[in-house]
Design a protein around this ligand. Structure first.
Ligand code: UD1
Ligand code: CA
Length: 456
C-alpha cells in the first residue's frame, strides 16, 4: 500500500523558553525534525508532508534541500486541524501515518507494526502505559477491551484520569476514512481546538475497528516539550548508541560518556575512553584506541591507530598505526600515511604527512606535502599565507627540519636535506645538504656591560 506521512511540526514549543523553534532544537547535534524525517526515509514513504507554522522561515531554511512537501498551518487550531491541512495532498488510496516532530526517538519497527494493523482496521493508534499519565490523552476501552475513545487530560473525568494507557499522538489511518472524519471535527472542548483524537470516537460510532499497538518502551514515545525532556532524550539516544557499539564488540570505558552524533563504524577490539564525541561519519579500524576528550568529525583511522587525550580532528584520513596527540588539532584536509606521528600542541591543516614521519611538538603545518620518514622539529611553522594567497610547502623524504624553522612558502626542501635550527627558509633547499638561514653567531670584542649611573 502506498504511504503518505504527515509530520506535525507547527507547534511553538513555548515551554522550551527559546528563540529557536521547537522542531529545530538539537538532539545528538541534529534538529528534532531531522530525526523524524530519517524515520520517514526508512519507511520508504511515497510522500512526506510537514505541517509547519511557528518559526516557518527558519524551519524551511534549515531543511531547504529535503524532499518534503511543506504545508503551512497559519494558525495552530489543534492537531486535527493540522492534519486537515495536509489531507488535500494525499490520494484516497494511501495509508497515512501521523508523526510528531517532537517525538524523535520512535523506532521504525514500531511504526511498521502500527502500519501493519491497517490491514484489518481503518485506524490504528500507538499507545503506551505510563506510571504518571498526567497531561496526556487517555485511551478509553470498553469492557471487552475494544478502544472506544481518546479523552484529553483536561477534558477527562476523575475516573478516566485513572487510566494509565495514554495516546502517544502517533497514529495510522486509511486516507479515505481519515479525510471523512477530519471533515466532521468540531472544536467543542476545553481548549476550543480541533482534536485529531476525536476521530477515534467517530470510527467507533461507525462500528469500525480501531486497532491499538501498545509500545513496551516508554522511551521511544517520549514527547519533548522542554529542556528537561530534551536532556532525557539525549541520554536515551546516547545509551542506545553505546549499546549498539558494545554489542558490536567495542569496549567503552563508560557507556554514559560517549556521544555519537552521526555514524560510527568500528573494527574489532576498538577501545573508546571517556568523553569522546563523534560527529558526521567516523570509521575506526581494528584495535584503534581513542583517548579521553577526543572530538572526531568525518574521520577515518586505519588499524592500530592511537588517539591520545584531547585531540580535535575534522576531515582526516589516517593509514595504519598512526599516533595522534595528546592535545593536537587536525583541521580539515589532513592525510596521514602509515605510522605517521602527530604530537602535542601541533596544528595541521590540508596537508599530507608521509609514512613514518613525525611532527611531534608545538608546530604548525598548513598546505604542505611531507614525504616519508621526515622529522619536523619543535616550533616549526609553515608560513603558508602571505596575507592574500595560500602557498604550498613540499618536504622530501628523509628530511630533518631542525627546531624553530620558518618555512616561507612556496618552498621546496629536497630529499635528505637538513635544515638548521632557527632557519628562516625563503628559497628552496637542495637535497642531502645542510642549509642554515640565520644570522651567524658573533662575539663582540671589547664590549662592556653598562653600569648604573650614581645619582648625586
Ligand atoms: C497530543 C494529543 C494527546 C497525546 C499527546 C502526546 C491531541 C488532541 N492530543 O496532546 O492525546 O497524549 O499529544 O504527546 O492530539 N501541532 C500542530 N498544530 C497544531 C497543534 C499541534 O502542528 O495546531 C503539533 C505540535 O507541534 C506537536 C503535536 O502536534 O508536535 C502535538 O501537539 P501538542 O499541542 O503537543 O498536543 P498535546 O496537547 O500534547
Ligand atoms: Ca505535546
Amino acid at each position: 500500500m502506498a504511504l503518505s506521512i504527515v509530520v506535525l511540526a507547527a507547534g511553538q514549543g513555548t515551554r522550551m523558553k527559546s528563540d529557536l523553534p521547537k522542531v529545530l532544537q538539537p538532539l545528538a547535534g541534529r534538529p528534532l525534525l531531522a530525526h523524524v524525517l530519517e524515520r520517514c526515509q526508512e519507511l520508504h514513504a511515497d510522500a512526506v508532508h510537514v505541517v509547519y507554522g511557528h518559526g516557518a522561515e527558519r524551519v524551511r531554511q534549515v531543511f531547504d534541500d529535503s524532499q518534503v512537501n511543506w504545508v503551512l498551518q497559519e494558525e495552530q487550531l489543534g492537531t486535527g486541524h493540522a492534519v486537515l491541512q495536509a489531507i488535500p495532498h494525499i490520494p484516497q488510496d494511501h495509508d497515512v501515518l501521523v508523526l510528531c516532530a517532537d517525538v524523535p526517538l520512535i523506532r521504525t519497527a514500531t511504526l511498521k507494526d502500527l502500519l501493519g494493523r491497517l490491514e484489518k482496521a481503518p485506524l490504528a493508534l500507538l499507545t503506551v502505559e505510563m506510571a504518571d499519565p498526567a497531561g496526556y490523552g487517555r485511551i478509553i476501552r470498553a469492557e471487552d477491551g475494544a478502544v472506544e475513545a481518546i479523552v484529553e487530560h483536561r477534558d477527562a473525568n476523575e475516573y478516566q484520569r485513572r487510566v494509565r494507557e495514554i495516546n502517544t499522538g502517533l497514529l495510522a489511518a486509511r486516507a479515505e476514512h481519515l479525510r471523512a472524519w477530519l471533515g466532521d471535527l468540531k472544536a467543542d472542548n476545553q481548549q476550543r481546538e480541533y482534536y485529531l483524537t476525536d476521530i477515534v470516537a467517530m470510527a467507533v460510532a461507525e462500528k469500525l475497528a480501531v486497532a491499538a499497538v501498545a509500545s513496551d518502551d516508554e522511551d521511544e514515545v517520549l514527547g519533548i516539550n522542554d529542556k528537561l525532556h530534551l536532556a532525557r532524550a539525549e541520554a536515551i539516544y546516547r545509551r542506545r548508541q553505546a549499546e549498539q557499539l558494545m554489542r558490536a564488540g567495542v569496549t567503552l570505558a563508560d557507556p554514559a560518556r560517549v556521544d555519537v552524533r552521526g555514524t560510527l563504524e568500528c573494527g574489532r577490539d576498538v577501545f573508546i575512553d571517556v568523553n569522546a564525541v563523534f560527529e558526521g561519519r567516523v570509521v575506526l579500524g581494528d584495535r584503534v584506541k581513542i583517548g579521553p576528550n577526543a572530538w572526531l568529525k568525518d574521520v577515518e583511522l586505519g588499524d592500530d591507530c592511537e588517539v591520545l587525550s584531547n585531540v580535535v580532528m575534522e576531515q582526516l584520513r589516517a593509514g595504519r598505526a598512526c599516533t595522534l596527540g595528546p592535545f593536537a588539532r587536525l583541521r580539515p584536509g589532513v592525510e596521514l600515511d602509515d605510522q605517521a606521528k602527530v604530537g602535542n600542541f601541533v596544528e595541521i591543516k590540508k596537508s599530507r604527512i608521509g609514512k613514518g614521519s613525525k611532527v611531534n611538538h608545538l608546530t604548525y603545518v598548513g598546505d604542505a606535502r611531507v614525504g616519508e620518514h621526515v622529522n619536523v622539529g619543535a616550533g616549526t611553522v609553515t608560513c603558508n599565507y602571505d596575507g592574500v594567497n595560500k602557498h604550498e610547502t613540499v618536504i622530501g623524504d628523509g628530511v630533518f627540519v631542525g627546531s624553530g624553522v620558518l618555512l616561507v612558502a612556496p618552498v621546496e626542501i629536497g630529499a635528505g636535506a637538513v635544515l638548521g635550527a632557527g632557519s628562516v627558509i625563503t628559497k628552496s633547499a637542495p637535497a642531502d645538504k645542510l642549509t642554515v638561514a640565520r644570522a651567524r653567531q658573533v662575539v663582540i670584542p671589547g664590549w662592556k656591560r653598562p653600569e648604573k649611573k650614581t645619582v648625586k
